[in-house]
Design a protein around this ligand. Structure first.
Ligand code: PXL
Length: 249
């Protein structure tokens, strides 16, 4: 297998099984070289935790981008996840402008859940996110984010968390892939999907197979977590399921 180099740009939430720490693990399990560009440093993710710290790294990212430019780094894919501020959305757009040519660009517009914007976001964030999404090849909004992004042009839309008759899954155009749904909220499932989809797509080059593989990975993570939901209320037990991605062909 030819190894691909994938830039993953999202926050580092120290505790919480999501974002960049999960993304590096997932992309590596798919066999790729993951280049981690943190957008913000938080003590935890922002869902259900209170008192979390948040350091915006936009100015540091400018210096990192300049250094990457000097090194003439090239990426086969760019995956953009949770950003955290409008200046960070601007940095993500800069990344796509500078390094996006010839790369597959995936944007997970992580900003809302259950029709509520994540803590700290407002409509100006949503509008800025729309302009970033128009620069992507693929976007992976959940149903709440999908509604905020109606009318976005250019990107192909992999809608996550699509629910139907006790089933849940992914929609692309008119096609759906569904699995039995679990009760409750599983944080980081969207992050796992966007990373696994990017990793598997760059591994196989096959769109539908990669969607299905990423969905199976996420479903397996949730299945492994549901019995210990009290203990792992903040994220999913994805680690022992990484093997699925290693073996995926
Ligand atoms: O899982 C999405 C996510 C990523 N990063 C941070 C978050 C969230 C969701 O709440 O708060 C910091």
């Amino acid at each position: 297998m030819i190894q691909k180099r994938i830039l993953t740009m999202q926050d580092l939430s120290c505790f919480g099984k999501c974002s960049i720490s999960m993304s590096v693990a997932v992309l590596s399990a798919c066999g790729h070289e993951a280049v981690a560009l943190p957008t913000a440093l938080l003590s935890t993710h922002t869902s259900e935790f209170s008192g979390y710290t948040f350091l915006d790294l936009a100015y540091e990212d400018d210096k990192i981008i300049e250094h990457f430019k000097k090194l003439n780094l090239k990426f086969d894919a760019i995956l953009i996840g949770y950003l955290g501020s409008i200046p960070l959305i601007e940095r993500a757009k800069k990344i796509v402008e500078i390094f996006g040519k010839g790369a597959v660009v995936v944007v997970d517009p992580a900003m809302a859940e259950n029709d509520v914007l994540y803590s700290g976001f407002d409509m100006s964030y949503v509008n800025a996110m729309r302009t970033l999404c128009e620069m992507a090849d693929f976007i992976t909004p959940n149903t709440s984010e999908y509604k905020l992004l109606v009318g976005v042009k250019n990107a192909r839309v992999l809608q996550t968390g699509v629910e139907k008759d006790g089933m849940i899954g992914i929609r692309l155009d008119q096609k759906e892939w569904l699995r039995p749904a679990f009760d409750g909220q599983f944080y980081g499932a969207g992050d796992a999907f966007s990373s696994a989809f990017t990793g598997l797509y760059m591994k196989t080059g096959e769109l539908e197979k990669s969607i299905e593989g990423a969905l199976d990975f996420v479903w397996g993570n949730i299945n492994a977590t549901q019995d210990e939901k009290e203990k792992y209320w903040y994220g999913t037990k994805f680690e022992q399921n990484l093997e699925f991605l290693v073996k995926f062909k």
